[in-house]
Design a protein around this ligand. Sequence first.
Ligand SMILES: C=C(OP(=O)(O)O)C(=O)O
Ligand SMILES: [Mg+2]
Length: 568
Amino acid sequence: MADPDLPAALATETRRGIGVSPGTASGPVVQVAPPVRAPADEPPTTDADAALAEVKAAFEATALDLEERAARADDTAQQILRAAVLIARDRSLLKAVGKHLAKGVGKAGAVHAGIEEFATQFLALGGYFAERVTDLRDVGSRALAHVLGVPVPGVPELTTPSVVVAHDLAPSETATLDRAMVLAIVTEAGGRTSHTAILAAQMGIPAVVQVPGATTLAAGTVVAVDGDAGEVVVAPSEELLATLGVRRERLAAALAGSGGPGTTRDGHAVALLANIGGVEDAIDAGAQDLEGVGLFRTEFVFLSAERAPTLEEQVEIYRRVFEPFGGRRVVVRTLDAGADKPLAFADLGPEENPALGRRGLRLSAERPDLLDTQLEALAVAARETGADVRVMAPMVATAEEADWFSRRVRENGLAKAGVMIEVPAAALRAEHVLRDCDFGSLGTNDLAQYTMAADRMQGELSDLLDPWQPAVLDVIAAACEGAGRAGRPMGVCGEAGGDPLLALVLVGLGASSLSMAPGKVPLVRLALARHTLPQCRQLAQLARTARTAGEAHDAVRAAASAELTALL
Ligand SMILES: C=C(OP(=O)(O)O)C(=O)O
Ligand SMILES: [Mg+2]
């Protein structure tokens, strides 16, 4: 814990990682078991009847687990769980597994094969059945765990507030966490812009990734998680917990007076906006003191969908997202499917390098049906709610792509079109890329990935992915200058915008708005209010003249207002 009040002896139990979602919390560990696979060297089945009896018992154990959960769940979850119970007790599923056992396939292999056979049939039937494929596979992997005698995979049902610990979490797992029960998230893998990190911050749950040995922490062990310092303290003392409490109170007191639109000390306006991923986020963010939404990641809504959402389904979702913001702006990003955000219904098949492949707008170009339905739904929802909706495309690299997108946006009756600037090519050519658009928005997560040639999914490369890298700052500067020449505003919606020191640098480089997890807004607002625009420009200059990311950060921290840095 980077706190001067903390006695040094207490640091002995500390495990260090990367803090990706601010705040502190302490509580008992709940381990998330990894996905289960049928082992490649599984012995063949020699007694098919005995094996079938074991598999039947595994499915029944799964049904009983699910029934128990259903008894405690709310209405919607109960319906889903009861449908899963029916799958686990389905006789024809067991028969399909039995056929594979009779051919000599091992028990785990037969369960997998039976489930996949059913998945293929469900997908072919479409509609309600296609939507049950995720549940079917979930039942399959639970039964597989029982067959193999290993822990049931996935996030266990939380009955008391807990710290969720995992090797890593799938985006869909993070998105479905029960916010009221998750005190903090700790992972062994993941990186500063992995989607676990982004979703945790959006939900306001403290999180630390890249924590060595996190999965070896025994369930029930109490840990203190510091999402600011990136530390996890095992079995924290009362003294440490009290220190963290004092820190939380100090920060809350400092932020209590911060409110209203974002502005520097000399009155330069910088809109402070929220990054959201769905209806629940919109309701939370809409109730907060911020100026709207700078990034609605629409693909997050459909992470578990097996088939493309219909026009009507989308209209309903977008309407519920727009309503909480009244007349405030809502910047919607069209589906950014592919690479780190796979969507089952927008899968173009395996690729060698998905981050460099047909993702984002490139995928929309191959599946214009998906884009057009989405734009139409956005236009209907915007009309019905009267919201100030602006639409932008992900992963734009060229002026032609930007022109193609903005034309399609306008053809669908939407007034404002923009593009994300997250590919260095688009950043360097921003003046031309933005000519037919209304605005640009810097996606610093991907911009760091592509500028530094470092896969954002690979947590070990976190140092290269640091947005303080001077090369990344140079590319951002070029993008802001280009936007200035084109007379278009350039915002920031990557994670960099939520770092209070980096936010000052970004404003100094020319960013006109900053969009971030809503919980990060108050501290960024305070940071801006303590500095003038010329000071932000000086800080930006300091950062760009540094040779390394560390030097850039340290130089800005040393020169920033002491009132701010005392809170960091
Ligand atoms: C905001 C961004 O989008 P995402 O993290 O969803 O790719 C980004 O790349 O910075
Ligand atoms: Mg991106």
